[in-house]
Design a protein around this ligand. Structure first.
Ligand code: ADP
Ligand code: MG
Ligand code: ZN
Length: 533
């Protein structure tokens, strides 16, 4: 194979051998083999992203002008449905290339292998920069994300997977790019033709809620004679000159692959709170009481594998009821650790559940079938929460009920229940959780405000303080950090955070999708008054 030979020749460079790990080298070799046209255009130097549905590589090409340029090459898993692939491409071609939305340069196809070529945006993992960003950088970051959202929403695209790894940020060059339309869906009036074909089907599998949704490639059957216009796709080689081997510095550090995480929530953290005597299985039963047979199986599976400890409150979602629910009337297992026959026989609710649990809006977590662009706004709110608190990931949950519990801890249980009622969902929570003041929450987590603040729940302080330090050490460490960082904080603007940002955060994290702020409206928010564009 031409591709393989080319690589062999190039692979002999000593530097190359040292730079690229063997497994990555093999992956690159394989990519050249399956899509040989690539080798005549690109010198692939690294793997920069790997997900469930794609692998992304860094490639360099010599342009006709003589300039060398870097590209991101996204190789989609060959089992992806052609329409799904075409829809992802159509989002990039129709809406991309402007307003902080990634565009597409080219697309290669060989048999069922598709490689999308995009301009490369160098970026650092969010987790590495989140705590060091100045307030002004945060304001700019969120502004540019909202701008991208306004743009795609105008096209009737619901991204469905808004999170930092899908919003690339080049800190040095102040460049931003929204990527990954692999889960996107269309609004009823979407301008992306193929999103009308792409529909989510309920294909959730056992244990499937932890990472990316299994529904990613779910499709409705194509109507007969549907044309699939794959934009810019070619099985031929692009008319570009092959480039000579070049040594580059790119490596894994650039990528958004999550390394260490300092989440505010983790199931373990939450658990220390009320649980010392609770046998794990009992509380699991509580937590995992779903309304559908399928979920019973899947959640049990997850529970057996991971044995999560109890959260501070148990939550369950009852079947949708437009009117208020009297728990005692719903079934015989209310707030018990068993699932009654009524619940087991409930009809399964079909609703899209794409995305990552920690970024899912309440209406997604409760499987509300009617989901719109507001779900992306919620996710943007979670990102802002991370940016303001300096913690990422903020919510870390392996399943939807855990994620919902974590939301209630911040936004209040009564408030969440009330909002859910508006979209036809009844949530049952065993304990009342008051809503937290967002400023107090963020400032405490950031270390600007002392943990002694009375409006901050005690359990939060002990179990969520950064680093694993004992109670005794806490104060000293805190004082030290406070002293050493007070100056830099001043410079970074964290001592004078305007109320506007917490107002915006509150509007993004509106539990009710009907009243949640739209992307277009956010750009007129007073927080961005002086940002001319
Ligand atoms: P997936 O569907 O597998 O999540 P993405 O499109 O999100 O695929 O890409 C995965 C990762 O690859 C991203 O998080 C990012 O780190 C990297 N990546 C994707 N596109 C680009 C790009 N154009 N420039 C630089 N890095 C990119
Ligand atoms: Mg992604
Ligand atoms: Zn029941």
């Amino acid at each position: 194979m031409e591709g393989a030979q080319t690589l062999d020749k190039r692979g002999k460079t000593e530097q190359n051998k040292r730079k690229i790990p063997r497994d990555v080298e093999m992956d690159i070799e394989y990519l050249y083999e399956i899509v040989p046209q690539l080798s005549t255009v690109f010198r692939i130097t690294d793997k920069i992203g790997e997900g469930t549905f794609s692998s992304v590589y860094l490639g360099e090409a010599q342009m006709a002008s003589g300039k060398r340029e870097r590209f991101a090459l996204k190789h989609l898993i060959p089992t992806s449905h052609p329409v799904r692939i075409a829809a992802e491409l159509q989002c990039l071609t129709v809406a991309g290339g402007k307003e902080n939305v990634m565009g597409v340069t080219y697309c290669f196809r060989k048999d069922h292998h598709v490689v999308i070529v995009m301009p490369y945006v160098e970026h650092q993992p969010f987790v590495e920069i989140v705590a060091s960003l100045s307030f002004e950088e945060v304001r700019q970051y969120i502004y540019h994300l909202l701008k991208a959202l306004k743009h795609i929403h105008k096209f009737g695209i619901i991204h469905r997977d808004i999170k930092p790894t899908n919003f690339l940020y080049n800190r040095r060059e102040k460049k931003y790019a929204l990527v990954d339309f692999g889960l996107a869906q269309g609004t009823p009036d979407t301008q992306i033709e193929l999103l009308k074909v792409v529909k989510s089907q309920k294909t959730q599998k056992v244990g499937g809620s932890a990472g990316k949704s299994d529904e990613k490639r779910a499709l409705t059957p194509l109507p007969p004679n549907t044309k699939i216009p794959v934009p810019h796709t070619s099985t031929k080689t692009a008319a570009k000159r092959p480039c000579p081997p070049i040594r580059t510095k790119h490596s894994k550090e650039l990528m958004g692959l999550c390394k260490t995480s300092r989440s505010v929530f983790g199931e373990r953290n939450l658990n220390n709170i009320n649980s010392t005597k609770n046998p794990v299985d009992k509380v699991e039963g509580h937590l995992l009481k779903p309304t559908k047979t399928e979920d019973v199986v899947s959640r049990r599976f997850v529970a057996n594998k991971r044995r999560p400890l109890p959260a501070r409150a148990s939550v369950s979602i009852q079947k949708p009821k437009p009117t208020a629910v009297k728990p005692s009337l719903t079934c015989s297992c209310y707030l018990s650790d068993r699932i009654c026959n009524i619940c087991l026989s409930r009809k399964q609710q079909v609703a899209p559940r794409a995305g990552t649990p920690g970024f899912r809006a309440p209406e997604v977590l409760t499987k509300c079938p009617d989901q719109g662009t507001a779900i992306d706004m919620w996710s943007a709110g979670v990102i802002l929460l991370s940016l303001l608190s300096g913690r990422y990931p903020f919510f870390k949950a392996s399943d939807d009920l855990m994620a919902l519990t974590q939301i209630m801890t911040i936004r209040g249980s009564r408030e969440t229940i009330q909002a859910a009622k508006k979209f036809g969902k009844a949530i049952v929570c065993s304990r009342e959780l008051p809503p937290l003041d967002l400023r107090v929450l963020c400032e405490t987590l950031r270390g600007i405000r002392s943990c002694g603040d009375h409006s901050f729940p005690t359990e939060f302080k002990a179990s969520h303080h950064p680093a694993e330090i004992t109670q005794d050490q806490t104060r000293t460490a805190e004082e030290e950090i406070a002293q050493s960082t007070s100056e830099s904080r001043q410079e970074n603007g964290w001592n004078n955070v305007p109320d506007h940002v917490y107002d915006l955060l509150d509007k993004l994290l509106d539990l009710n999708p009907e009243t949640r702020i739209t992307a277009a409206a956010t750009l007129h928010h007073p927080l961005f008054q002086d940002i001319a564009d």
